[in-house]
Design a protein around this ligand. Structure first.
Ligand code: GTR
Length: 403
């Protein structure tokens, strides 16, 4: 009897294991965390057009290849980024001139955008340092975490958005929450920017949540441009993880952002998709079907068919400086693949006489590359946006803005 039970148990365990393997097969590739198992791959050539022309200078990059790559990303990855709207309005809902114990002025601004009978409101929290010469450069965070992380009352002070530290360094600091632009879930991601663009919903290359967040960042830029206190030519856009995917996409599209920061952005952010290290295209499309264009799913388990890879997204930001981060324990986001993306984008920066000279291999942990158009660090620790990351963002901005 006991023996019979044991045999049953063994069969049961084998059955469960078999199920688990089938589950892996149907739901996505088994996740690889071993460098030795990274497949051989050929990246699409960033400096060769689809019809085989070699790009040798910035004029032909800007005229031919850059628009071509932008369209490839729209059609195959992030969806289109519609620009037309009927009107935009900025309303200061609340102003506190002596916020942060008098160090800064708080403005809570409602950015309303409308098209025909539909509208969307993006709420912006903005602190501007007092007693400094204006206009002043600004850091804008796309907040994809809890709203409390960007608490305007400063009752909660989170490392995710260390507003006091940024103010103390002489920058204005702003944030909006992604849920205003597109709630981060499959059920109602349409309840935001997409209400203005219903035609995007049916289209194979229609934008979804990540595109909507990037769109919202551009509307904040519209606000900065007409705010005389802000130096909109020195605006830095920051995003973490899914927000870092959006900051890269916004930076690629909207050339008004001077500096782009993408923190632990991983798959379909900074990391090369073809390495299939950590999260893969299939995995991300299954987990987050509301982030990217429907067309992106055809590259599930089929990365080599992609006409782009993520180094080309970084290239679209050239010649503007870009800063990528990783974290040592965040293998899901492929630190090495994120660095390699930056490295492979360098040839486009070189067309502009770029000042970067990235080492072939990633730098040691906690050894930031600051004095370069292509900045990078791999922080010791887990997937997060921390004060250490922000300190380096400030150093990078100081370097590029001669401050
Ligand atoms: C994960 C997702 C990543 C990254 C991350 C985050 O679940 O797989 O691509 O976006 O969430 O935003 O923290």
């Amino acid at each position: 009897m006991r023996k019979g039970l044991r045999i049953c148990l063994v069969f049961f365990i084998l059955f469960v294991k078999a199920q688990a393997q089938d589950y892996d097969k149907s739901e996505g590739p088994v996740i690889n965390y071993e460098e030795s198992k990274v497949p051989d791959y050929n990246l699409p050539k960033v400096l060769e057009t689809l019809d085989g022309d070699i790009i040798r200078n910035k004029a032909s990059w800007e005229k031919k290849r850059r628009p071509e790559i932008l369209k490839l990303f729209e059609d195959n990855v992030y969806g289109q980024l519609p620009e037309a709207y009927d009107g935009i309005n900025f309303k200061v809902k609340k102003k506190v001139p002596d916020a942060m114990y008098g160090k800064a002025t708080l403005k809570e601004v409602e950015i309303s955008v409308w098209k025909e009978s539909d509208s969307v409101n993006i709420r912006l929290t903005l602190f501007i340092p007092n007693n400094v010469e204006r206009p002043i450069p600004v850091f804008l965070l796309i907040n994809n975490r809890g709203e409390y992380n960007t608490d305007p009352t400063r009752f909660i002070r989170s490392q995710f958005w260390p507003a006091e530290m940024i103010i103390d360094n002489g920058y204005a600091v702003a944030a909006f929450h992604v849920s205003d632009a597109a709630p981060d879930n499959i059920e109602n991601y349409q309840d935001g920017v997409l209400q203005l663009y219903p035609e995007q919903l049916g289209a194979n290359n229609g934008m979804k949540a990540i595109g909507s967040w990037a769109w919202a960042a551009s509307r904040v830029m519209d606000y900065f441009e007409q705010n005389k206190e802000i130096d909109s030519e020195k605006a830095s856009l920051v995003g973490h993880s899914r927000g870092g995917k959006a900051s890269l996409w916004a930076g690629a599209q909207d050339q008004r952002f001077a500096l782009i920061f993408s923190n632990c952005s991983g798959n379909t952010g900074a990391a090369l998709s073809r390495r299939m290290f950590g999260e893969t295209v299939k995995r991300i499309n299954i987990s987050f079907p509301h982030w990217f264009a429907d067309s992106y799913a055809k590259y599930n388990d089929n990365e080599n068919a992609l006409p782009v890879d993520q180094h080309m997204l970084i290239s679209l930001i050239a010649p503007r400086p870009v800063y990528i981060t990783s974290a040592s324990e965040d293998l899901w986001a492929d630190p090495k693949g994120s660095y390699l993306s930056l490295l492979h984008a360098e040839k486009v920066y070189d067309l502009y006489g770029g000042n970067s000279a990235l080492p072939r291999n990633p730098p040691e942990l906690d050894s930031p590359i600051i004095a370069s158009n292509l900045g990078y660090h791999n922080r010791e620790g887990i997937h997060n946006l921390t004060a250490y990351d922000w300190k380096n963002f400030i150093k990078f901005a100081n370097y590029h803005f001669d401050r």
